[in-house]
Design a protein around this ligand. Sequence first.
Ligand SMILES: C[S@@+](CC[C@H](N)C(=O)[O-])C[C@H]1O[C@@H](n2cnc3c(N)ncnc32)[C@H](O)[C@@H]1O
Length: 255
Amino acid sequence: MTAPATFLSPRDLLARWEEQQSAYVAHRENRFEVMLDILRLHSPAEPTVLDLACGPGSISDRVLARLPGSRVVAADYDPVLVRIAQTVLAEYGDRATVLDTDIAAPGWADVLARHRFDAVLTSTALHWLSPRQLLGVYTELAAILPPGAVLLNADHLRFGAEHPTLREVSERHEKRVQEAAFAGGACTWDEWWALAGRLPDLAGLLAERERRFADRPPQPLAPLAFHLAALQTAGFTEVGTAWQYLDDYVVFARR
Ligand SMILES: C[S@@+](CC[C@H](N)C(=O)[O-])C[C@H]1O[C@@H](n2cnc3c(N)ncnc32)[C@H](O)[C@@H]1O
């Protein structure tokens, strides 16, 4: 039983976020498992990880809890989500750093160049960027990552007109998963934001959130082929997919 909104802590809000996001991403935990396995099997035992567009800290929380000795830099541009991530990840002391960062702004990665990242992990986020911004993000990451570091991007990469059956099946699957999740008590996106707004500390940040994202309409969605070509163009040496379920992928790239 989840606590009434008046007694919600940032940790409770993160838990509600996980339920909400899992309504939109059927096999979200599988994505995270693949990421963690690649970290365990490829990266140093105590990796330094960049959680890109971290939201309230879902990836960071899993990395820090499950990989002892790991360190995380988590970055996002949403002031509400940054505040939640800062509060929740403070549980891990100096192993976690949370930054207020707009990854659509050229030069955003400059401040991160002092870190030696073993991996960049990101989920359900890069579709917020235009294809041009996406290439920019991959290029900035390639410039700061050492050889051998990996980038793992979990996101829906929608099927195009050349795959009408797969597109239709994916849409129907998604609808069914959402209906079941909401019937089971998960918040919708809008309901989660209404819940967050009931915490005075967060309510004061909502106007700034509105302001920051006001001029950012939904972007044309880049297909898998674009991601792979952009990663290669940016300087990644090995690119491919590490996991797929219908139109949901974990894209892999090694510097
Ligand atoms: C659906 S959330 C996913 C968050 C988290 N990775 C997860 O899987 O739960 C998408 C995130 O991308 C962030 N985002 C969108 N555009 C961004 C930008 N230009 N710079 C930094 N973060 C951005 C949003 O603020 C939001 O936190």
